[in-house]
Design a protein around this ligand. Structure first.
Ligand code: HEC
Ligand code: HEC
Ligand SMILES: [Cu+2]
Length: 412
């Protein structure tokens, strides 16, 4: 079935009911009036009946009551069921019981922001959960309308005002979002998707489990090694961790004393089976076994530390240039496949020759990193020849590292 025909929100049934009742009433009235017209065309055809043969009827009370009362009742029915469906659609769920998403519609893209600050260019929502949309457009933008046919929802988006919608999706899948208010050149491309997923998938999307790579020092702290070992060469309850790797050590193993090299296998067994060999001068049964307590990644980090290789901490999620380009609506005006749009294409942009207008002068330049940064932060300072000055400046919207990430992405 065509996407959008089947209603997949909790109140789609009520909306469809109104739709069908109104249409059936219209169909009935259409048949009655057009049918009567054809009957009269036939019956009172001038060839068959002369006007003077026809009775001159001035009044028929019964008929007039019928054609007044029946349409009035039908009108009241339409009003009642319409109002009822509207009431359901306009009664917003409480913020506490719903997922509240900010929707920004602007020339010519959609972006969605969740309560925890997560931004996305697609509206991902869990199934069977109330979702409340607070929608707006930036001041200076134009009117748009948020329309999801499959959910039977549509509402205007007005710069500087907040309009609201809610829905509760009853089926998993991908459903079209379309701007339903003509808003300029790229209006037809102002599209996105609602993606309805399970609660688990939604949670993972909202709070992705970023793998935080800890550095060795943090691990030593967390695992409690620091209680018995030092990093700076000082002895403690156990030997220091300073410069151990590949150095000789004297140990007692199976009652025998011998000197061996601290290679990786030795270090590993010293951590996992500490009582297998005891370092001379220290007591056995002191160090607990960490077998199974340290995962593979962390063990690599620890070994790297012993070997003198520093593992960098990266607990900041990586800034993804592609995601930023999506979320900030760049694709509303630029393409990545070489086709022209409201702005120049991003394809092969780095190193490309282009004519720009700078300080009123027409010059040709080769696009480099510095130019790209300026073109994103202050587009009107260097206008590409042949295009209009419609790109919003991103200098206060994007952080410097975000602009860098976009430039990195554009290079590809
Ligand atoms: C309760 C104290 C204690 C804790 C906690 C402890 N150790 Fe030990 N560790 C010792 C003692 C005592 C020795 C020396 C005796 C031996 O060889 O078992 C030792 C020996 C070692 C050795 C061999 C040292 C050498 O000079 O050859 C390594 C490697 C080691 N520990 C790593 C660790 C790591 C990694 C941790 C944390 C995951 C840790 N230890 C936690 C007490 C501890
Ligand atoms: C409303 C439409 C619109 C949006 C949104 C938009 N741009 Fe533009 N962009 C343009 C137009 C039009 C031009 C050409 C005129 C100019 O230089 O400002 C342009 C020019 C550029 C240029 C210079 C291209 C060249 O060939 O020299 C870059 C780079 C650029 N945009 C990047 C971006 C990025 C990155 C975003 C998103 C963060 C973005 N744009 C969002 C319309 C837009
Ligand atoms: Cu629009």
């Amino acid at each position: 079935m065509l996407e959008g025909i089947e209603g997949v929100s909790s109140f789609a049934g009520e909306i469809d009911y109104v739709f069908w009742i109104v249409n059936l009433i219209c169909l009935f009235l259409f048949v009655v009036t057009i049918g009567a017209m054809f009957i009269f065309i036939y019956k009172y055809n001038e060839k068959k009946s002369k006007p003077e043969d026809t009775k001159n009827i001035k009044h028929n009370t019964a008929l007039e009551i019928v054609w007044t009362v029946i349409p009035t009742i039908l009108m009241m029915v339409i009003f009642y069921i319409g109002l009822d469906a509207l009431r359901i659609q306009r009664t917003m769920p409480k913020d506490a019981d719903a997922i509240v998403v900010k929707v920004i519609g602007k020339k010519w893209s959609w972006s969605f922001e969740y309560e925890n600050g997560k931004k996305s260019s697609k509206l991902l929502v869990p199934i069977n959960k109330d979702v409340k949309l607070l929608m707006t457009a930036p001041i200076g933008d134009v009117l748009h309308a948020f329309y999801v046919a499959a959910f039977r929802i549509k509402e205007d988006i007005i710069p500087g005002q907040i309009t609201k919608l809610w829905f509760n999706a009853t089926k998993k899948g991908k459903f079209d979002i379309q701007c339903a208010e003509y808003c300029g050149t790229r209006h037809a491309y102002m599209r996105s998707h609602v993606i309805v997923v399970s609660q688990e998938e939604f949670d993972e999307f909202l709070n992705p489990k970023v793998e935080v790579k800890k550095n060795a020092k943090l691990l030593f702290n967390d695992l409690g090694c620091i209680g018995c070992h030092t990093l700076d060469g000082m002895p403690s309850a156990g030997p220091t961790f300073k410069e151990m790797y590949n150095k000789d050590v004297t140990i007692t193993m199976n009652g025998q004393t011998k000197t061996i090299k601290r290679d990786e296998a030795y270090l590993l067994s010293a951590i996992e089976e500490p009582n297998l060999h005891i370092v001379q001068g220290y007591t056995a049964n002191m160090m607990p076994s960490f077998k199974g307590a340290i995962n593979k990644d962390d063990m690599i980090t620890i070994m790297n530390y012993f070997k003198g290789i520093e593992t960098k901490i990266s607990n900041k999620p990586k800034i993804d240039g592609k995601e930023l380009v999506d979320v900030n609506g760049c694709i509303g005006c630029h393409t990545i496949d070489g086709t022209p749009s409201a702005g120049p294409t991003f394809k092969d942009i780095m190193g490309r020759k282009t004519k720009i207008i700078k300080d009123g002068k027409n010059i040709e330049i080769v696009i480099d990193k510095k130019y790209l940064i300026e073109a994103i932060k202050n587009p009107s300072s260097e206008l590409v020849d042949g295009y209009s000055n419609i790109m919003p400046p991103f200098k206060d919207v994007l952080k410097d590292e975000e602009v860098d990430a976009i430039v990195e992405y554009l290079k590809k």
